[in-house]
Design a protein around this ligand. Structure first.
Ligand SMILES: [Zn+2]
Length: 323
């Protein structure tokens, strides 16, 4: 009997709970679209979140005090779960790549140290901390990030706003500048110096290079017209006082240079997005060279320091000749 009473009580209690749930249920409005006000509010919140991202975690920027700018887009090693992974599917880049330019951050820092030790001056530095698997700064934006990654988009914009700021400051203060886009390659035993000229351009004779429109379509167009030594374009590219000539006389193997005018059949990078965007291809007073360092110039501290001292010397000598 006692059990029967308990059962009745339990059934009654359940019924009361059911009634209370019914009375709490909201009337069903059905699906509805967001108002413009609500959309604006969501967008404003998103912007606030992006602003809250500390972009200096992903890109290092340092102002310099001389007309030299280093960009280092592919040496970053930071991965971040709040960023998407770039893939060939979400970046429709015909030259899609995610490879790390191993130790180029460290190499750029060693060159900066060696240059300061020699001249007392620091170049401007724009250096990727974030890994290329998230952002490729040496690409136009549509190829640089995974589609829809808004934080990566802000990071990309920040890197290029720093590069633009550096170029403007150098242009205004000095009236000329040299931007080096620093990379690493593993396809040859030299430094590829990229001026936006193809291998077939570099295969031409000095006379042909000087006679054509090669200078004006290179990344050192401004320097070809204004260099103080009045070097011809071919001399500026691969004569004894070219950057390649001076790197070689300081002990570094590179192309183009005197005696190694063109890479020929050896794989070679001739300059990418950064070299084209910030060099004098489009005008202006900043010239740019893409430098692709072979592995032994960046693999160990000793290798890097040796290369850094030679690059600093070549840079100092080259800029003294042309400015
Ligand atoms: Zn690279």
């Amino acid at each position: 009997m006692l059990f029967f009473m308990k059962l009745l009580r339990a059934i009654f209690a359940s019924f009361l709970i059911f009634l209370s749930l019914l009375s709490c249920e909201k009337p069903d409005d059905g699906p509805r679209h967001l108002t413009q006000e609500e959309i604006d509010e969501i967008n404003a919140k998103k912007k606030e979140q992006q602003k809250a991202v500390d972009l200096t975690r992903y890109v290092e920027y340092r102002e310099g005090d001389c007309p030299i700018i280093f960009c280092v887009p592919h040496g970053g090693t930071l991965t971040d779960s709040s960023l998407k992974q770039r893939t060939s599917a979400n970046c429709p880049d015909p030259d899609f790549a995610c490879d790390l330019d191993y130790n180029t951050r460290e190499l750029a820092s060693a060159i900066d140290d060696a240059f300061f030790a020699r001249t007392g001056k620091h170049p401007y530095m724009i250096v990727a901390i974030v890994k290329r698997t998230h952002v490729d700064f040496n690409r136009e934006k549509k190829y640089a990030i995974a589609s829809g990654d808004e934080i990566a988009s802000s990071i990309y914009d920040y890197y290029h706003s720093c590069a633009t700021k550096a170029c403007r400051a150098v242009s205004a203060s000095f009236g000329h500048g040299l931007l080096l886009d620093i990379h690493g390659q593993s396809h040859s035993e030299q430094i590829d110096l990229g001026y936006l000229l193809s291998v077939s351009d570099l295969n031409k004779t000095d006379a042909a290079l000087n006679a054509g429109t090669y200078a004006s379509s290179s990344s050192i167009s401004h320097l070809s017209r204004t260099n103080k030594a009045e070097m011809s374009f071919a001399s500026l590219l691969r004569g004894p006082n070219s950057l390649g000539g001076l790197l070689y006389s300081n002990g570094l193997e590179c192309v183009p240079r005197p005696g190694n005018a063109s890479p020929g059949a050896t794989p070679y990078f001739n300059g990418g997005y950064t070299t084209k965007k910030y060099g004098s291809f489009y005008g202006g007073v900043i010239d740019a060279v893409q430098m692709e360092f072979r592995y032994s110039y960046r693999d160990t501290p000793a290798g890097r320091n040796k290369a850094a001292v030679a690059v600093a010397a070549a840079l100092d000598e080259f800029t003294s000749v042309v400015w």
